[in-house]
Design a protein around this ligand. Structure first.
Ligand SMILES: CC(C)(COP(=O)(O)OP(=O)(O)OC[C@H]1O[C@@H](n2cnc3c(N)ncnc32)[C@H](O)[C@@H]1OP(=O)(O)O)[C@@H](O)C(=O)NCCC(=O)NCCS
Length: 166
């Protein structure tokens, strides 16, 4: 299996939307937001950055991140998505590692990721925890009644915790 990490262009817009839908995790409004952020990024907004993982010419995953407004060196990873059939092959780890590498290079200090406490997201939470992210806060009922927000953080100055010990 070989894939490469490259920027995302307008040509991948529909494919990015399809990837978000394919996970069956995101609400329609969330999928629309991902596409909106891509449009803003392609229009030159530096607050939203995208990186794609490609199998040949086909987009099979992507990350979206940006500086958190009003902070010093804090960045949000807004989206990290891998096509369901391609999950578990290291693409998500490679994307997240590449994002962290870019943030370190521009003196990023802290990475924050927001996700859901719903059982369907258990794999996602484990994924971040195994990559050095620690649970910083939970906000009950944030997304919807019974659907809590979980906030993860990773201090980039702690050295390479890309893989926490088993
Ligand atoms: C979270 C996500 C981005 C991880 O991407 P990925 O390419 O599957 O990640 P990797 O292959 O690098 O690692 C996945 C981990 O799960 C394990 N895994 C095995 N089979 C898997 C499968 N079918 N699906 C997911 N993970 C699997 C891997 O062994 C690995 O475990 P490890 O932590 O012990 O190394 C991906 O599962 C995804 O798109 N999920 C849905 C969207 C989502 O929740 N995004 C994050 C919030 S925006």
């Amino acid at each position: 299996m070989s894939w490469s990490l490259r920027p995302i262009g307008r040509a991948q817009r529909a494919r990015l939307e399809a990837l978000c839908r394919a996970t069956s995790l995101f609400r329609a409004v969330e999928v629309a937001t991902a596409v909106e952020l891509l449009d803003e990024s392609l229009a030159g907004d530096p607050d939203y950055r995208f990186l794609g993982a490609y199998d040949g010419d086909e987009l099979v995953g992507f990350a979206c991140w940006g500086p958190t407004p009003g902070t010093e060196g804090t960045y949000d990873v807004y989206w990290l998505v891998v096509e369901p059939e391609q999950q578990g092959r290291g693409i998500g780890s490679q994307l997240l590692g590449a994002v962290e590498e870019r943030l370190r290079a521009e003196h990023g200090r802290l990475v924050v990721v927001e996700t859901s406490a719903r059982p369907e997201y258990a794999g996602t939470r484990a994924f971040y925890e195994r990559r050095g992210y620690t649970r910083a806060a939970t906000v009950s009922g944030y997304y919807a009644p019974g659907d809590d927000l979980v906030i993860y953080r990773k201090d980039l100055s702690d050295g390479d915790l890309a893989r926490a010990p088993s």
